[in-house]
Write a protein that binds this ligand. Structure first.
Ligand code: ADP
Length: 446
């Protein structure tokens, strides 16, 4: 490519050079022709002899080898340079007051001839002024020789320089490759060395580092999730095992067995709930949750969920009130997911409210959103914990939460469900006074 570019460049230079030579030579012979024209105008009236003498003097004056011949109207030569005499070139016929240029060989040298017709005081003269092209041709030849010699040298030099330059500019890339090859699961916190110049390579490195940071964060979340999940599963399984082992150590009465079995059953039910939550979040992470979004009346669904919640509340002597509009509230949602979301919130409200307390569920809608508020008069959440209760395995104020069962997955699932439905979930709380969870979901036309 470089070779081709150079060839094209030299070709254009050659063309320009030739054009410029032609213009210069034409100008030079035209100037000579004009000088003769002026001389004729001044001397023609003084007779042929003095005209001849003047023309000879002029021709002698031209030091650069320029030639001249002048004929009168009858075709008689008034003056001819010896080269014209010897070569007698066949020159074209001219129309009146024309000027023309052409190239010819005179006495084995090349000349550019300007031909002109002049009328002086009624008499017509034909002038041929010739300028040798040899010096120019020599310059062109020299230029061509330089071109020929320079081309391979330039290509070689440019290639070597290009090779050196690309090697130098790719050095940082090699360093990036070497570091990137060493980064694995064990050292995800390692980062690529950011090159000094502010160029694309630096931006690429920074982007890759940012990507590594995101991968590291996700990796840490997954590791933490696996560790927390194993920990939370180990406790109930150990509990089932030791309860059964102790019961089997000696023979017992039927009542005792029943008591042990019902404890095992309770723990198993809790464990399956935990497993189901883990499975939901794992599917959510894999993007394989497969929600089926259909138009759904949130109002009707809320009533059904509240009925289920009321059963839970009755066991704790809590009251639940429901405030809903008289008309359906349409959203596009997955029925099972929405039901789960409502139950998580109602279950939490009941779970974290002491006996005798009160829960209130309110549904309203504006032009584009449905607003659901689940309020309780329970233990509340410390302000510092409000930010992370929606994260997995995070439970506010562990000391107080310890008595209530739960693994800290409910709100993480609730947040995922609202996000999947294009909505938001937020919490407000005053410690010891109660909490309120707000959910906003986009409504759809019936
Ligand atoms: P879990 O209830 O299983 O612990 P969640 O994800 O549902 O997990 O809730 C996370 C934490 O948020 C709970 O451990 C609890 O500390 C706090 N929380 C949730 N709902 C309420 C509520 N209504 N009142 C007080 N604290 C709550």
């Amino acid at each position: 490519m470089l070779g081709l570019t150079f060839v094209a460049f030299f070709w254009i230079c050659d063309l320009g050079f030739r054009h410029s030579i032609e213009t210069t030579v034409n100008d030079s012979s035209r100037t000579n022709l004009d000088t003769v024209r002026r001389l004729l105008a001044n001397t023609a009236s003084q007779g042929d002899e003095s005209l001849r003498a003047e023309l000879r003097d002029l021709s002698n004056l031209w030091a650069n080898g320029a030639l001249l011949e002048v004929a009168d109207a009858k075709g008689t030569w008034l003056f001819r340079s010896p080269q014209f005499l010897r070569a007698s070139p066949s020159l074209p016929q001219l129309a009146a007051s024309d000027i023309a240029f052409f190239t010819t060989n005179l006495d084995s040298s090349q000349y550019r001839v300007a031909l002109g017709l002049v009328e002086v005081a009624g008499a017509r003269f034909e002038i041929h002024a010739a300028v040798p092209t040899e010096p120019f041709d020599q310059a062109l030849d020299r230029f061509r020789i330089i071109e020929k010699e320079a081309l391979p040298l330039l290509v070689l030099l440019a290639s070597l320089l290009g090779y050196w330059l690309s090697g130098k500019s790719l050095q940082p890339v090699n360093r990036i490759i070497q570091t990137a090859e060493q980064i694995g699961a064990q050292n995800l916190s390692r980062r690529l060395e950011v090159p000094e110049p502010r160029d694309e390579l630096r931006r690429l490195t920074e982007t890759l580092n940012a990507m590594l940071a995101r991968i590291e964060a996700s990796f840490q979340r997954i590791t933490q999730f696996t560790a927390d999940a194993s920990h939370d599963l180990r406790t109930p399984v150990a509990m089932i095992r030791t309860t059964a082992e102790i019961a089997l150590r000696r023979s017992r009465k039927a009542e005792e067995y029943r008591d042990v079995l019902s404890r095992i059953l309770l723990t198993s039910v809790e464990t399956s709930g935990l497993l189901e939550n883990l499975l939901t979040l794992a599917r959510a992470d894999a993007g394989a949750a497969g929600l089926e979004m259909l138009p759904l009346d949130l109002n009707a669904h809320l009533r059904r969920a509240q009925e289920q919640g009321a059963v839970l509340a009755a066991g704790k002597s809590l009251s639940i009130t429901l405030r809903t509009p008289d008309m359906p509230v349409w959203i596009r949602a997955d029925e099972i997911a929405i039901h789960r979301l409502l139950l998580i919130l109602i279950d939490n409200a009941v779970k974290y409210t002491p006996p005798g307390g009160h829960c209130e569920i309110a549904l309203s809608q504006n032009q584009d959103h449905a607003h659901l508020a689940v309020k309780d008069s329970g233990i509340g959440i410390p302000e510092s914990d409000l930010d992370f209760i929606f994260e997995r395995f995070r439970r506010a104020d562990r000391a107080r939460s310890r008595e209530t069962p739960g693994a800290g997955l409910g709100l993480a699932i609730a947040r995922w469900i609202t996000q999947m439905h294009g909505g938001t979930i937020t919490a407000e709380s005053t410690l010891g006074m109660g909490s309120v969870f707000h959910i906003h979901l986009p409504i759809t036309a019936a």
